[in-house]
Design a protein around this ligand. Structure first.
Ligand SMILES: Nc1ncnc2c1ncn2[C@@H]1O[C@H](COP(=O)(O)OP(=O)(O)O)[C@@H](O)[C@H]1O
Ligand SMILES: [Mg+2]
Length: 361
């Protein structure tokens, strides 16, 4: 059982990122945090394993205040999967999976043996164990990320938009795989997503967060769909219900805008222009690698799903919603950047399509 008791997180000089969060998460279940970008999902998740410390309030796991456990120890006792697989590029897949058991003092041969078993558990061929992360597809990398998080057999698994950067078909596969795994594993999983579809597919319970870090509703998916607690939840859910049939509506009318890009050299260096806002980092062939943004320093922030003009509005919207900049990246058939789509403009087209559809009914 994970409990939040009046937990608030306020970063310097801002509105609360998380505001008086009180909720209990049942063991052995999947709890999903869902909500628009910036509503405090990641911050809430990271307070569970003390990657972020609350400003006030208490979090307990199994009845024990998390601050009573040294942070590194606590972190190793919980699996963590994020949007970019976070794999170490110069280590083989097997060694990546074995990282935490090794830190916990398990012998190299024992850790590798367990890692090989885990490859199978997450549905990867054993031959992939010797490869390096860059030699795997995005979906395969996320599977390795899940295997790595499971390696120390932690009772708690924290997952922050783990499937957001893969395309929707692979995302569906990964969701089904996670449900299949969970049947056997019965871990306590806290899963963050911006996608209400994903939340309703995966969550035993769903926590809808509203802007300002407030918990708007915490209930089963069925209840949230049937009886949204307030206008915010109704519009968040309803908007998405409106999307559902848009899977087949072509995105032909969506404007693709220019975006400032910076090229990363093969050595890994790139120079962003300070004060320019969000800039897209691309490789020398013009394929997107991620974003550099206000305050992101020298790192690349992983981007969201990609979108090819002509695909559905749903995919255009997903690209925008899953992107840290709020701009969805459009690519050509070779995967090179064409420009960006704006979430607001995609939404306007969706609204238009909905009205046309309604008029036709
Ligand atoms: N390290 C940080 N410093 C300052 N503000 C932050 C930091 N991390 C997150 N925030 C702010 O806190 C709010 C919640 O962020 P986050 O938890 O990342 O939201 P979500 O995961 O729902 O998109 C946002 O307004 C964000 O800008
Ligand atoms: Mg987040």
């Amino acid at each position: 059982m994970i409990e939040f008791k009046s937990v608030t997180k306020q970063y310097q000089g801002g509105q609360p990122a998380v505001d008086q969060l009180t909720m209990s998460i049942s063991p052995g279940s999947i709890t999903v945090f869902v909500g628009p970008s910036g509503c405090g999902k990641t911050t809430s998740l990271r307070m569970i394993n003390r990657m972020v410390e609350p400003t006030s309030g208490v979090i307990t796991v199994g009845g024990k205040d998390v601050t009573s456990v040294p942070a590194p120890e606590l972190r190793r006792s919980m699996g963590y999967v994020m949007q970019s697989s976070g794999l170490l590029p110069h280590r083989s897949v097997l060694d990546n999976i074995a990282t935490v058991p090794r830190l916990n003092g398990v012998s190299k041969s024992e850790a590798r043996k367990r890692a090989a078993e885990l490859l199978d558990v997450v549905g990867l061929a054993s031959a992939l164990g010797k490869r390096y992360p860059s030699q795997l597809s995005g979906g395969q990398q996320q599977r390795v990320g899940v295997a790595r998080a499971l390696a120390a057999d932690p009772p708690v698994l924290l997952m922050d938009e783990p499937f957001s950067a893969v395309d929707p078909v692979v995302r569906d596969e990964l969701q089904q795989e996670l449900l299949r795994l969970q049947k056997d594993l019965a871990k306590t999983i806290v899963f963050v997503t911006h996608d209400i579809d994903e939340a309703t597919v995966l969550g035993d319970k769903v926590a809808v967060f509203a802007t300002g870090g407030k918990l708007a509703q915490y209930a089963t998916a069925e209840e949230i769909l049937r009886a949204p607690a307030n206008d915010f939840v109704a519009s968040f859910v309803g908007r998405d219900r409106g999307f559902r049939h848009l899977g087949f509506t072509a995105s032909d009318g969506v404007a693709v805008h220019q975006v400032p890009t910076v090229v990363r050299s093969p050595g890994g260096a790139f120079e962003s222009e300070p004060g320019r806002g969000w800039q897209l980092v691309v490789d020398e062939a013009g394929r997107p690698l991620g974003w550099t943004g206000p305050g992101s320093g020298t790192g690349i922030i992983p981007g969201g799903s990609l979108f090819k003009p002509g695909e559905s509005l749903r995919r255009a919207l997903d690209a925008a919603l899953s992107s840290p900049s709020g701009l969805g990246v459009a690519v050509d058939s070779e995967g090179r950047v064409l420009g960006v789509v704006r979430g607001g403009e995609v939404l306007a087209l969706i609204e238009e399509a909905r009205q046309v559809r309604q008029a036709a009914l």
